[in-house]
Design a protein around this ligand. Structure first.
Ligand code: ZN
Length: 145
């Protein structure tokens, strides 16, 4: 049987993903958040909860809690880094670009930055759900989809 469930990443990207998994950024639950949303991916058992403070149409603070595979947790950690300080319209655009990348589209590397690390997941349809879980949760929390 082919080990098709374990994506192969470039060494640099693999390190980045493992680093976010081992030392997640913005991990926690905010007090009195404006949005509080929890989602799970039953295929893999991943769970993500996001809490965020929205001020003047901008995400001023966001934290995540969760458990699951390294891809789901690293993706959530990267998401919190990227969307802090972003206007909601930019969050929406970034979410769409991220999803398109995982569907196999050529991403805008300038826009994706560190999120490029997850591009390799697009070759593993089962794991795409892991990578988009945090983005799904955010879009749902912000009613962007
Ligand atoms: Zn997973």
């Amino acid at each position: 049987m082919m080990p098709q469930d374990e994506p192969k990443f470039d060494e640099l990207y693999r390190e980045l993903i493992l680093d976010h998994y081992r030392y997640p950024h913005n991990r926690g639950v905010l007090e009195k958040p404006d949005v509080d949303m929890q989602q799970h991916n039953p295929v893999c058992g991943d769970e993500i909860r996001l809490t965020a403070i929205i001020e003047d149409g901008t995400i001023s603070q966001i934290e995540f809690m969760g458990q699951g595979c390294s891809i789901s947790q690293a993706s959530a950690s990267m998401l919190t880094d990227r969307v802090t300080g972003l206007e909601l319209t930019d969050v929406d655009a970034l979410s769409v670009e991220f999803r398109n990348m995982l569907r196999g589209d050529d991403p805008d590397e300038q826009m994706m930055q560190d999120l490029m690390a997850l591009q390799g997941v697009s070759k593993y349809p089962v794991r795409v759900k892991c990578a988009v879980l945090a983005w799904d949760t955010l879009q749902k929390a912000l009613k962007l989809k």
